[in-house]
Write a protein that binds this ligand. Sequence first.
Ligand code: ZN
Length: 240
Amino acid sequence: MDNSAPKDSASHAGDLMLKAARVLSAHGHDDFNQGQISVRDQQSDRNRILIGRASTSFHSMRSSDIISVRVDAPAVPISCPAEFCMHAALYKSRSDVNSIVHTHSLALVAFGATDLPLESYSHEGAIFSGKIPRFIETSQTVTSTEQAERVAAALGDSDVVLLRNHGVVVVGSSIKAAVVRLIILERAVRINLAMRLLDTSMGKSSDEDDEAKRRFNFDEFAIESYWRSLVRDVSSNVVS
Ligand SMILES: [Zn+2]
């Protein structure tokens, strides 16, 4: 459960979503127009979220692509992406979650197709070492409320759930926390996959080092600084 990052101001949430979308694109999370980022309206209605409309790509998202929808809406607007139900179920089950990112990144799809634990071979590995929850009921797009509720159950009180042969869902207390966590996870998984190619069990960092890294490398200030670095790299691509 994540309490490390500041809460998003609703007035800036759309701007943060555009920046986050460009960061996700720059870091390999585009899958044509698949995947979504969403954020809870923390200012006026916590049952309402902002999310990119159906078929919006991370690399080309504009403010006009962002829609506002209640997670308990009796009828989901046709402009919503099919996997809106997954976002809705997760927000309803986790009051601490204020942002959700779902992508089909190559490394995370590959790793999620296995039962491997994530080993701590790097700074990034320290934060996720151990078994990452997996949703294994289906590898298809999650389009029903019932399935979405079971994704929420698979996530539990974790910050990450891998959707087998499909993708990943990462949650956070803010857009910054969710996006930085996903970028860090992707790096950790890539290093794990590279280590599998080396066919060696050597190279893991110690439990003592991992504990220190979790405190120092991924606290509130570190997340803010990583976010600023990520956004600076894509600032010329953000168009409102
Ligand atoms: Zn998906």
